[in-house]
Design a protein around this ligand. Structure first.
Ligand code: THU
Length: 129
């Protein structure tokens, strides 16, 4: 758990957030133990902005990985980490690949200060085709 959070905090250093100033890092653990990290990547046109969580998911899926255990996220303005939870769009992306009862979302303010919830708790009703 602490290692995954540390990797999310580390990934946050690459955040490209010149518009909001809010930098986010994510570390996604796959079923086989591999970890994919991600950061938010903003855009002058705003809507193309990609959240840290989706960056990590898209990196993994684009390399053929589709089974995931948990994700740690950390975010804030400047150096300080604040309370954070994934946005609805990222939860919907998670629901495409993850089991709602088992996939865990770790929202961290530090390696020791975090909240953990299942995807089902965060997004009780999901759109599926
Ligand atoms: N953001 C994330 O990357 N993940 C979250 O969980 C919440 C929001 C980003 C998007 C945008 O670049 C900035 O944080 C402010 O919304």
């Amino acid at each position: 758990m602490e290692k995954l959070i540390r990797q999310a905090i580390e990934a946050r250093r690459n955040a490209y957030a010149p518009y909001s100033g809010f930098m986010v890092g994510a570390a996604l653990e796959c079923e086989d133990g591999r970890i994919y990290t991600g950061c938010n990547i903003e855009n002058a046109s705003y809507t193309p902005t990609n959240c840290a969580e989706r960056t990590a998911f898209f990196k993994a899926v684009s390399e053929g990985v589709r089974k995931f255990r948990r994700i740690a996220i950390a975010g804030g303005s400047g150096e300080e980490l604040t309370d954070i939870s994934p946005c609805g769009v990222c939860l919907q992306v998670m629901s495409e690949f993850c089991d709602a009862e088992h996939f865990e979302i770790i929202m961290a303010k530090s390696e020791k200060d975090f909240i953990c919830r299942t995807l089902g708790e965060m997004l009780p009703v999901r759109f599926r085709l």
